[in-house]
Design a protein around this ligand. Structure first.
Ligand SMILES: NC(=O)c1ccc[n+]([C@@H]2O[C@H](COP(=O)([O-])OP(=O)(O)OC[C@H]3O[C@@H](n4cnc5c(N)ncnc54)[C@H](OP(=O)(O)O)[C@@H]3O)[C@@H](O)[C@H]2O)c1
Length: 308
């Protein structure tokens, strides 16, 4: 009997993975969601009857109980947890000591090249461990457009991303989850690193057109500079580290480094990944203008912006 622990199980990719593995009802696999707040997690649609355990990377006292009987870990590093030597490595040391036999690490495209990324440091650290690791270098998540960038599209009819004319490849986190399922259940994927991506590379003018066509009004790509993007996101009180990480990724896109596609997803799963147009269609309700815009808040932000 395998016991799979999923960290970050209430986030983008973790939640999709949890739902998929839970839905598979494998008779020989127990799936446990490692979450910070079990009561809150139980109220998330579709996972109320999953197994949960309390776990926090920055609370080492939670590690032992979470790892009890665990044989495999889907390791999703929350963006907030960047001090990996303090919070990820000790967790991995415990996992190694307790005999975990596979880690599937959900990483990001380019992490192996970029020392600044916390995922890079984590990947380097795996070389010191005896646990077999499968690394997934995933392209950008489509879900960034329905979460982090949603407000710009929904309320301001614009895509505010500093990627110039560069092309990007987006993948749906449900497809990442499917790859995770495959690599967990077939030993040929141990010790492998896969660059997984969606079916096409597009620039943000093309992506804005997909939104305009779907929503029935113009969504403009504003092509901001990186500085402007960072300033605006900080005004919106977004987390600095995450904004800087995204800025780096969009700079890479501007410099042509996110313009790629490959067949790896198809090779692993046997079918094509979802495309962005279908994603935008499926979740179009997300970007429909909200009836109640908070006008005083908007005015306050506008004034602040003038001051900067
Ligand atoms: N965004 C992209 O385009 C992209 C692309 C490829 C790879 N990635 C990689 O994906 C990872 C992030 O995944 P995601 O987008 O699914 O994350 P996410 O949506 O931001 O979710 C983060 C998850 O981590 C949990 N969490 C936060 N702080 C925690 C802590 N101290 N201890 C334990 N759990 C904690 C959160 O739980 P709560 O519900 O309690 O907050 C949540 O479940 C990163 O490593 C990133 O490099 C991202």
């Amino acid at each position: 009997m395998e016991k799979i622990l999923i960290t970050g199980a209430t986030g983008n990719v973790g939640l999709s993975t949890l739902k998929l593995l839970h839905g598979r009802q494998y008779s020989d696999i127990e799936v446990v969601a490692a979450v910070r707040d079990i009561e809150r997690a139980k109220h998330i649609e579709g996972i109320a009857d999953c197994n949960f355990c309390h776990f926090e990377f920055d609370e080492p006292a939670t590690y032992d109980k979470a790892l009890e009987g665990v044989t495999k870990i889907v390791l999703i590093r929350p963006n907030q947890v960047s001090d990996v030597s303090r919070y990820i490595f000790p967790f991995l040391a415990k996992a190694e000591k307790l005999g975990v036999n596979q880690i599937v690490f959900v990483s990001i495209v380019g992490a192996e090249r970029n020392r600044i990324f916390a995922n890079h440091r984590t990947e380097s650290h795996f070389k010191k461990l005896s646990i077999p690791v499968t690394i997934l270098h995933s392209s950008l998540y489509m879900q960034n457009l329905s979460t982090f960038h949603r407000h710009d599209i929904q309320d301001h009819d614009k895509i505010n991303i500093p990627a110039g004319h560069g092309l990007v490849n987006y993948i749906d986190v449900r497809d990442v989850a499917e790859v995770i399922d495959m690599v967990l259940t077939n030993p040929i994927h141990l010790h492998q690193t896969y660059e997984i991506c969606g079916p096409e590379s597009l620039d943000f003018y093309q992506i804005a057109k997909l939104f305009s066509d779907e929503l029935g009004h113009e969504i403009k790509y504003t092509r901001p500079s990186t500085i402007r993007f960072v300033r605006q996101k900080l005004l919106e009180k977004r987390q600095l580290l995450y904004v800087l990480t995204l800025s780096l990724l969009y700079s890479a896109a501007r410099n042509g480094k996110m313009n790629y596609t490959n067949d790896i997803f198809r090779t692993i799963t046997g079918h094509n990944p979802r495309n962005l147009a279908d994603f935008i269609h499926e979740f179009s309700a997300c970007w429909i203008k909200s009836e109640t815009t908070n006008k005083p808040e908007k005015l306050k932000k506008r004034r602040l912006r003038r001051l900067l």
